[in-house]
Ligand binder design. Structure first.
Ligand SMILES: C[S@@+](CC[C@H](N)C(=O)[O-])C[C@H]1O[C@@H](n2cnc3c(N)ncnc32)[C@H](O)[C@@H]1O
Length: 400
């Protein structure tokens, strides 16, 4: 199977909003199709669904399949839910309604901690008008559609650099240069993209939360295909899903977000609570034996971080193995810690084999990445490059 898709540009539904480190839709589609063609797949599960690419592509292949998904990030939950549920038939009336509402929106700028650092005053005024107008729309699905586009514009017109997923303030000259086109941009995009939200998945089970706490929400041996891309352990440093999402999350009406209550405490709390943040779990003996060869080569403080990540990672693999009846497909990257490349792909594959899932295939593709600098750090003066390849492993449960 050739999964390079170097020419893929996100002109589809997956480019309407922004999310860090997303999977490549045609890759997930191709891999799933190859499985749907040879086996009956009725249930598909993504324990780290992010922007919902795999679940949405599963529905595109078979609209009757039942999809399950978890994500700890409320923005991921919103983006995925609206892709799967689509807008209502009334969407173009609501697009017009928003246009009219913006013209009579009250001049009450939104306030939250540090808003003045991350947004120019005139941008705050424009975003506040749009925000108020969206809150006036009755249909929840249409509001979620508007929020998903709004979230992209919040990032685009904020004072944070687009070259990184982290919040990193632009220079004052660059901030001053931004042309305030927020309202025109928003109105154009809500009109243009509505037709892409035409899927109405019938069986959607999405829960916003921590997979390590939600495991029992899915029955053992009930999922035909688990397909996911987990965090790789760099979500506090390089791929900061939470920090990336925090500005939109401060702007979106809380009534339309699934929140447990802690998510907006500060800008980095989602990353800290995510896999690879702080763990209190012990690593299993099996897991430890797989990472020990890497651990012994890295410094003590980094060892702790890597151990914390893998303790939780292996627990989540145990959960995946427990609920999956047939196939596990994982998209993975191998990051470098202290100059040592940690082969997450081979570690995961070996772990799944031990847990009773045979490896059927190992695919790879080059990642063209604009948002992560090609040198992410230095170790003893030697540059450490960001990941240039990603891997897809396909496993199948051993037959008794
Ligand atoms: C690699 S991303 C998934 C990207 C996704 N496949 C896509 O294409 O958009 C990993 C996701 O795991 C989520 N995550 C991290 N820790 C989690 C946890 N403990 N429970 C559930 N989701 C978690 C992050 O919020 C992020 O959305």
């Amino acid at each position: 199977m050739n999964i390079s898709f170097q020419d893929y540009r996100k002109n589809d539904i997956h480019g309407v909003s922004l999310y860090p480190a997303t999977m490549i839709a045609p890759v997930q589609n191709m891999v799933m199709k190859s499985i749907f063609e040879v086996d009956k797949i009725k249930t598909v599960y993504d324990p780290y669904h992010g922007s919902g690419i795999s679940l949405y592509e599963a529905i595109k292949i078979d609209e009757n399949c039942e999809v399950y998904g978890f994500d700890i990030n409320p923005l991921a939950h919103l983006l995925t839910y609206i892709k799967l549920k689509g807008v209502t038939k009334n969407i173009y009336n609501d697009v017009n309604a928003v246009k009219e509402l913006i013209q009579c929106a009250p001049c009450t700028p939104l306030e939250f901690d540090n808003i003045g650092k991350w947004f120019r005053k005139d941008i705050i005024a424009s975003l506040s008008e749009i925000r108020w107008s969206i809150t006036q729309i009755k249909s929840k699905r249409n509001r979620l559609y508007f929020w998903s586009i709004f979230s992209k514009l919040v990032r685009k017109y904020s004072n944070t650099r687009s070259s990184t997923y982290k919040l990193h303030i632009k220079s004052s000259e660059d901030i001053a240069k931004v042309k305030n086109n927020v309202i025109e941009d928003f109105l154009t995009q809500i009109k243009l993209n509505a037709k892409k939200f035409d899927v109405r998945a019938k069986h959607v089970n999405l829960i916003k939360g921590d997979v390590l706490k939600l495991g029992n929400k899915i029955r053992p041996n009930s999922i035909d295909l688990t397909i996911t891309s987990p965090p790789y352990g760099d979500n506090q440093t390089t791929v900061t899903y939470g920090q990336f999402s925090s500005l939109p999350l401060f702007w979106i009406d809380k009534k339309d977000l699934k929140l447990e209550g802690w998510e907006l405490d500060n800008y980095s709390i989602i990353d800290r609570k995510s896999l690879g943040g702080s763990s209190r779990n012990q690593i299993s003996q099996t897991g430890f034996s797989l990472i020990e060869p890497y651990l012994s080569k890295i410094s003590k403080p980094k060892q702790r971080k890597v151990l914390n990540f893998f303790a939780d990672y292996f627990l989540s693999l145990d959960h995946i193995c427990n609920v999956t009846k047939k196939y596990i497909v994982m998209t993975l990257g191998n990051r470098t810690v202290d100059g040592i490349n940690i082969d997450l792909t081979s570690i995961t594959s070996k772990y799944l084999e031990i847990k009773g899932f045979d490896n059927l295939e190992l695919l790879n593709r080059s990642i063209p990445n604009k948002r992560i600098p090609s040198i992410v750090s230095y170790h003893e003066g030697v540059p450490i490059h960001s990941m240039s390849k990603e891997y897809v492993i396909i496993h199948n449960k051993k037959q008794p």
